[in-house]
Design a protein around this ligand. Structure first.
Ligand SMILES: O=C(O)CCC(=O)C(=O)O
Length: 280
């Protein structure tokens, strides 16, 4: 059965993002939420406890390989949604982190994250590869709660817009002068998938609740790339974070020291690269 309706498809084409409701069961959401608070060593019921490391300004939680995260990555409805976007089931899943962005507070100015808008892909490249990204809303998230925001429909306007921009424009940071950034509220269990050409990011949290989310995306499995496949297997097995400046990892090394390698379902093994789609 399709996850995306005709209407969803039309919305996706027009806006460059789509929301899959109830992408995973509530128990999966609860498990990630508990894991985030435990990993942070914070009391979810005590807002005074939310403004300190180990999460970083902007709320990124350097947690990557926990079973609870994997249970969402390998949840069939999540895979089905990405299958319909990519029009192939032969996908690999990202091993991405979580987010806990606390509300802005006048007495905690150093933790007041204004939000951001960027592109992860290099918009100076030609051709620009088709890519998608995704975020799972772990709780109901109001418009002012610091959640996902983007410029809807920009994937259709990019080529015209870029002609109006200076040659030395930043390939990862759009000039937002003539663009309208929309904040996208959602319900717990919503999986929002976006076209990577949309300028996107998250907003300032002016609510009184923390913003909680898990990032997850999929892309066609690169099974002929044995080095990449082995690297992915090592990441899962040894519970590593991705490399690169954007992913500093957890300085405490909690996952590496105390974590347990996540159990994978048959689907999970293929989504990791432990088993091959093509030998099936
Ligand atoms: O927090 C979000 O919803 C957006 C995150 C983001 O900008 C990204 O994953 O590139």
């Amino acid at each position: 059965m399709s996850v995306l309706s005709e209407q969803d498809r039309g919305f996706w084409e027009e806006n460059g993002y789509v929301i899959v409701h109830q992408a995973v069961p509530q128990a999966n959401l609860d498990a990630v939420i508990d894991t985030i608070w435990t990993f942070l060593g914070m009391d979810p019921n005590d807002p005074d406890d939310w403004y300190r490391e180990p999460h970083r300004k902007g709320g990124m939680v350097e947690l990557y390989q926990h079973q609870a995260l994997w249970n969402n990555r390998q949840y069939p409805r999540v895979h089905q949604a990405f299958t319909e976007i990519w029009r192939t089931e032969k996908l690999w899943v990202s091993m991405d982190r979580a987010n806990m962005k606390p509300p802005a507070r006048p007495d905690k100015p150093e933790w007041d994250h204004p939000g951001m808008v960027h592109w992860d892909l290099d918009t100076a490249a030609r051709p620009i590869p088709f890519k998608v990204q995704g975020v799972l809303y772990l709780t109901d998230t109001a418009e002012n709660q610091g959640g996902f925001q983007c410029v809807p429909g920009f994937h259709r306007q990019f080529e015209e817009w870029v002609k109006t921009q200076p040659a030395d424009r930043h390939p990862h940071r759009p000039d937002l002068t003539d663009l309208t950034v929309k904040r996208i509220p959602g319900r717990a269990g919503d999986l929002l998938i976006w076209h990577s050409l949309l300028p996107h990011g998250n907003g300032r949290n002016t609510s009184d609740r923390p913003r909680l989310a898990q990032y997850v995306t999929m892309y066609p499995a690169d099974e002929k790339n044995e080095e990449a496949r082995q690297h992915r297997i090592r990441m899962w097995r040894d519970r590593l974070s991705p490399t690169g400046a954007a992913f500093p990892g957890d300085p405490r090394g909690l996952e590496q020291q105390y974590g347990k390698t996540a159990d994978l379902t048959e689907l999970g093994k293929k989504l990791l690269g432990l088993e091959l789609w093509d030998s099936a």
